[in-house]
Design a protein around this ligand. Sequence first.
Ligand code: PLP
Length: 382
Amino acid sequence: MPHFDINDSHRINASQLDVAPRLLLGPGPSNAHPRTLQAMAMRQVGHLDPQFLALMDEIQELLRYAWQTDNRFTIPVSGTGSAAMEASLANLIEPGDKILVGVNGYFGHRMIDMAERYGAETVHISRPWGEVFTEKEIREALETHRPAILGLVHAETSTGANQPLEGIGALCREYDCLLLVDTVTSLGGVPLFIDAWQIDAAYSGSQKCLNCPPGIAPLTFGERAVEKISNRKNKVANWYLDMTMLMKYWGGGTRSYHHTAPINMNYGLRESLRLIAEEGLAERWERHAKTAQLFWDGLKDLGLGCHVVPEHRLPSLTTVRIPAGVDGKKVQQHLLQKYNIEIAGGLGELGGQVWRVGLMGYNSRPENVTLLLSALEKTLKK
Ligand code: PLP
């Protein structure tokens, strides 16, 4: 035994974990599907076990379905949505590249912050939070700036706006620019067609419309993005997220070790994606749209309004205007303490002005809408 006295001061007597049964109707995480949680409890195999390699192939196929793409390079990144976001930027940007970012909410700013760290020259177009960019505005910005990459957020979780993407991919090809799209709050809940819309690269998260706990994040690169990565002059400045190395593990062939894949997170993601394939994308998107409409109608009955105009409103995330004289934070606290329902407040420009309500994936159900509206009505009366 070593001759040191063991310090017991941090040896606290922590109780067995038991958390309240929250209904997670905020901007994420959403509640994981019970089948996903069950899959995650399955015994482990090694990260190079033939069973795991087969499971990796299935995840890639199911992701291609969810994203409507044939992209060979479609994988889950170990980490949360920000890791997949950082992987996209770290791999696609070479120092000095110009990136144009559409900033109409919090996550456009994050894209710029990350891009700068990888040596990009960043330029942006902006819109008030809650609004979207028109094709004309994007064309004009491409013409002015001639960037190597255009970054857009499909579903701005901070505002509830749904950025139209049809036609933007074609525009980017005209200007010889890659289109990178944040689909964290749209994948599995909002119509999205990676190939048909000619999106070159996209990333997402697991804890929104996929209903898998946070910790694994889908990423897809099309041919033009893979070509850019393959012709890099400099090594990717982030070892962990270097897709040129990770491709060897996920891309078939040698399947060589890069880092130990989070086995049970992959089990969970596989089950979440299986649920999407079982339900069907059209049915799933329609369910999200119907549930959101039910919520919006109910808000109207309560005299509450939405921040985003109906034609650009996301079905997965609604920003509800907080009525004058109401303390938004107090309402959130009451909903959590009395009803076990989590919703969130606004970020940045919308701080104190809106509540953010997520009806994502498994949580997008009429009974959750009824429960929330009723709890909200009682809370507001109080
Ligand atoms: N992009 C968007 C649109 C998001 O909503 C989020 C998270 O809320 C992220 C990126 C970052 O994802 P994460 O928090 O999982 O790292």
